[in-house]
Design a protein. Structure first.
Length: 119
């Protein structure tokens, strides 16, 4: 099963950061401890180290992206024996659909209030 690499919280108050640079490319072998990216906050630029081993299958958030939310998927790591091309399929594509679906329940709630009988 592919491993999702998430945007780290580099401080207790951090809510988002800028992914300034990738130091590894798709297809590169990764070992725990490798520095894979640089994240920029309002206070500093920090290196992100890999905690798992595998192959960098897909970079979801490109270098230079600003306002990346903490815990957002930024890349996908394929573990040994996995098909690197298939490991990242569908990752990062479902997030916009969730954002569009969230507002839909609000109008339904308003209709149910209007239909309530007056006693």
């Amino acid at each position: 099963m592919p491993i999702e690499i998430l945007m780290p919280a580099l401080s207790p108050t951090m809510e988002e950061g800028n992914l300034s640079k990738w130091l590894k490319n798709e297809g590169d072998k990764i070992v725990a401890g490798d520095v894979i990216a640089e994240i920029e906050t309002d206070k500093a630029t920090m290196e992100v180290e890999a905690v798992d081993e595998g192959t960098l299958a897909k970079i979801v958030v490109p270098a230079g992206t600003e306002g990346v939310k903490v815990n957002a998927v930024i890349a996908v790591l394929a573990v040994d024996g996995e098909d690197v091309d298939k490991a990242g399929e569908g990752i990062g594509e479902e997030e916009p659909a969730k954002a569009e679906a969230a507002p839909a329940p609000a109008p339904a709630a308003a209709k149910s209030e209007a239909a309530a009988p007056v006693a």
